[in-house]
Design a protein around this ligand. Structure first.
Ligand SMILES: [Zn+2]
Ligand SMILES: [Zn+2]
Length: 301
């Protein structure tokens, strides 16, 4: 998986700080997660092809997480999009978008499918042969979900030299990937292990958008390879974090530690802080494998 951070700052954008938006690239998808103002420009900068985006996940209806969506929907039409677009977000998102389209006498030439969410328990949103996506219900001032992306077990890797050496017909490749033995041209059975290697480990990404410290998510995100968790504040503003239902860097680290995730990535920083390194140092006291997000960064995992 590759995660590209388009924007990772809270509430007010600055010249060099964009609001929440990111792209998760998997074997066969580019998922857009949240869509703050200016996401279209950030997608251009990240050289993401607009046509690759077929599914958009919106955590909640605060402006810094979805005010970029109407513009993006409109641009898709101007670019001549025909492929369907699926939008997953809180109940009300369909009304918000359609009223804007209606008032501007606008429309889409492509099918726009809204999947409105209101459940407070983890819910399966999407699944195909490679990946499953569930909600991670969070605790914020409005109804909010994070999203958990879980790859399904991958295919075994073909050793092409061995396949050639044993004269295995290409029609058997798919069965080999699934772990079955093969048969050579004279009918001898060639064990799968001779022809394939173990698959890459399936990965798990947990995106936790705006939330108060909420230990209930620990069981949902258990063992994730990468956890993106908001950390709007440092310890000095823990009271404010409680009042506004946000988290501190240290609280995010406690979640990462209890959930035994492999890596923590912090984001959604309040613009009051000039030195973002402090987020890393406060979190590292609890959970050492922590990184600070910045706009435009990519992580492969
Ligand atoms: Zn926010
Ligand atoms: Zn919010």
């Amino acid at each position: 998986m590759r995660l590209t951070i388009l924007g990772c700052h809270s509430a007010t954008p600055r010249a060099d700080k964009a609001q929440t938006s990111q792209i998760l690239s998997t074997t066969n998808h580019h998922f857009l997660i949240d869509c703050g103002e200016g996401t279209q420009v950030l997608l251009r900068k990240a050289k993401t092809k607009f046509a690759h985006i077929k599914h958009i996940f919106i955590s909640h209806l605060h402006g810094d997480h979805f005010y970029g969506l109407p513009g993006l929907i409109s641009t898709f039409r101007l670019l001549g999009r025909e492929a369907p677009l699926h939008i997953y977000g809180p109940k009300g998102i369909k009304e918000a978008i359609t009223i804007l389209l209606k008032l501007s006498d606008s429309w889409t030439n492509y099918p726009l499918h809204f999947h409105e969410l209101s459940s407070k328990v983890p819910t399966l949103l999407f699944s195909d042969e490679k990946i499953q996506i569930h909600t991670i219900p969070l605790k914020h001032r409005v109804y909010t979900n994070g999203f958990l992306f879980t790859e399904l077990s991958k295919d075994r890797k073909i050793i092409f030299d061995a396949v050639q050496k044993h004269g295995i017909d290409v029609s058997q490749i798919n069965n080999l990937k699934k772990g079955k033995d093969a048969t050579d041209s004279v009918g001898r059975v060639i064990p799968n292990k001779t022809l394939t290697l173990d698959p890459d480990r399936a990965k798990k990404y947990a995106f936790c958008s705006d939330t108060a410290y909420f230990p209930e998510i620990i069981k949902v995100i258990q063992g994730a390879d990468l956890l993106y968790h908001e950390s709007t504040f440092l310890d000095d503003n823990e009271e404010l974090a409680i009042r506004t239902k946000h988290s501190t860097a240290k609280q995010a680290a406690r979640i990462a530690k209890s959930a035994h995730v492999k890596q923590l990535l912090l984001g959604h920083f309040s613009s009051r802080y000039k030195n973002l390194e402090l987020f890393g140092s406060e979190a590292a006291e609890v959970f050492p494998n922590v990184a600070i997000a910045h706009d435009g960064m990519s992580i492969d995992f």
